[in-house]
Design a protein around this ligand. Structure first.
Ligand code: AMP
Ligand code: GLY
Length: 422
């Protein structure tokens, strides 16, 4: 089988490595992929949002199955266009990907179907938003409606900061058209849990839970990033919480999307906060998380490609989705200055004997040298019977990898370890 994977980061590398375990797979194309995954896939220089070129390539190569991993091509309708050419895909159609593509849509969906989330107001008029902030409870959370590279969420501690965020989004168009409409919502507290799930629109099978570490610096300091590391499973996601999430959030969301005529197939990611009043949805993503995927897929014992095809064919109920009962930790190594500005082009050294545990996010080949080519450069993941062991092993991997200007957090998993020991 010929498989095409759209995307080029650490998440895609983890997906590719797992798909490769299926014996029927003969070739995997990554569009665009990156130099660090060249041993695992044929990287083709077509951008992840260049949908006409992706479709042309898939037809020309006669690919049997396509996995569209990032949010932008999903929201832009990449799956719809591939399906039109008869190519089956993993991922939602555009009309379902809107669950991530528009915060106004997802908040209204949750309100309409009684799915627990922060209370909120939607604004398309800046003056009205500013007036509302004169009396809104503080801290408050301001969200741009559309995709904003993970940067469209501002937690404002003061009214002034909140108003400034509104002006930046709605008047100065910091996130372009994504800020035409905004959501202002209640500030929630509690530990965060990421739950990725497989769904064929009828059945939902949650993957093992995980915990992201979004801030750039140790002890959750510094700017928000795409994610600096993850652990799985998340100790806050107890059996009781999982049961409540299934009843009040997961099944009602699948049902709501069906009732709206927007059946969701693929990976639906629930970003949850376990508040004193129970679990609530912080955000939905229409795709695998990054770097959550780099701890979740290494713990998957069932065949990934078979599960993916089951989400497409509507046979997920009969398909095994089994996870190991071990723990995983992924430490992201980034280039100094990320997430703001950073240099590229530093030579990377990844010893061959650990390369199967490394997911490369930003690198390019220069002859036989591998050079850094992004802010997040790679994720190093290891597995152990205990979380403590997984953390120690992941940091050991990091010690054996080198490139100039590398930085990483030193406390990935520390919070989870503390929680687990209570
Ligand atoms: P997002 O970019 O949507 O993942 O949001 C970034 C982060 O903002 C989340 O991981 C939460 O830590 C935080 N956040 C978003 N919404 C809220 C909220 N209503 N209350 C508290 N924190 C929030
Ligand atoms: N790690 C968070 C995300 O993928 O959105």
């Amino acid at each position: 089988m010929k498989i095409l994977v759209v995307g080029g980061g650490g998440r895609e590398h983890a997906i590719i490595k797992k798909i490769k375990e299926n014996k029927e797979v003969t070739e995997i194309f990554a569009l665009p992929g990156n130099g660090g995954m060249a041993k695992d896939a044929t990287c083709v220089n077509i951008g992840a949002t260049d949908i006409p070129a992706i479709v042309d390539f898939a037809v020309k190569e006669n690919v049997d199955y396509a996995v569209v991993a990032p949010d932008d091509p999903l929201v832009l309708g990449c799956v719809d266009e591939l399906n039109k050419k008869g190519i089956p895909c993993f991922g939602p159609e555009a009309k379902a990907a809107i669950i991530e593509g528009s915060k106004v849509f997802s908040k209204d969906l949750m309100k309409k179907y009684g799915i627990p989330t922060a209370t909120y107001e939607v604004f398309s008029d800046m003056e009205k938003a500013l007036e509302y902030l004169d009396t809104a409870p503080i801290p408050t959370v301001i969200k741009a409606d559309g995709l904003a590279l993970g940067k469209g969420v501002i937690i404002a501690e003061t009214r002034e900061d909140a108003k400034q965020a509104v002006v930046e989004m709605m008047q100065e168009k910091k996130f372009g058209k994504s800020g035409d409409n905004i959501v202002i919502e209640e500030f929630l507290t509690g530990p965060e849990v990421s739950v990725l799930s497989f769904t064929d629109g009828k059945t939902v099978k949650p993957m093992i839970s995980s915990m992201d570490h979004k801030r750039a610096g140790d002890n959750d300091t510094g700017l928000n990033t795409g994610g600096m590391g993850t652990i799985a499973p998340n100790p806050y996601y107890t059996e009781a919480v999982a049961k409540e999430c299934m009843e009040k959030i997961f099944l009602p969301t699948i049902d709501a999307m069906n009732k709206e005529g927007r059946t969701f197939k693929g990976c639906l990611y629930f970003g949850l906060m376990i508040t004193p009043n129970g679990p609530k949805v912080i955000e939905y993503n229409c795709r695998f998380g990054d770097p959550e995927t780099q701890v979740v897929l290494p713990l998957l014992e069932s065949d990934l490609l078979t599960i993916m095809q089951a989400t497409t064919n509507g046979t997920l109920a009969e398909t095994e989705v089994k996870f190991s009962d071990k723990n995983a930790c992924c430490v992201v190594m980034a280039s100094k200055g990320y997430p703001v500005s950073y240099e590229k082009g530093f030579e990377m050294t990844i010893p061959e004997e650990i390369s199967n545990k490394v997911y490369v996010a930003g690198a390019k080949l220069d002859g036989d040298k591998l050079l850094t080519n992004g802010g997040r450069v790679l994720g190093a993941t290891d597995i152990d019977d205990t979380l403590e062991g997984a953390i120690a092993k992941a940091y050991k991997l990091v010690e054996n990898i080198s490139f100039d200007n590398a930085f990483y957090r030193h406390d990935i998993g520390a919070k989870a370890l503390k929680a687990g020991r209570k």
